[in-house]
Ligand binder design. Sequence first.
Ligand SMILES: [Zn+2]
Ligand SMILES: [Zn+2]
Length: 138
Amino acid sequence: MAQISGGCLCGKIKYTCNAAPVMVAACHCTHCQKQSGSAFSVNVGLPKGTLQFTGKTSIFEDKGSSGLPVFRHFCSTCGSPLFSDVVAMPQVDWLKAGTLDDTSWVKPTINIWCRSAQNWVTYPEGATQFAATPPPAS
Ligand SMILES: [Zn+2]
Ligand SMILES: [Zn+2]
């Protein structure tokens, strides 16, 4: 796979990543709806710490369903959400797929927090749906 690259709407913040994505998941939680201003967020899971940034992100400290913080990184100039650092999930950072330069390979295979999904949403064939978070991997 090609190196991952992207950035925010205004171009102040850019990123690259050489690691392979762990998964692509659509999140239908109400917080992602609020933050994205959309129906859901599409998140590319990348091994924690492998994203390299040019420009400094601002951080909103949100709280996840675990009660632990979710650090939502965004551009303070244009407001684009860039990635989330979910403290309860120490292995991955969640990159917002809409900020990628090339989204042609992106395909969410997992949908989470479907219980708060907007009514019109339909799921791609073959995707897996969870009402909330997936059960922890064993
Ligand atoms: Zn920006
Ligand atoms: Zn979410």
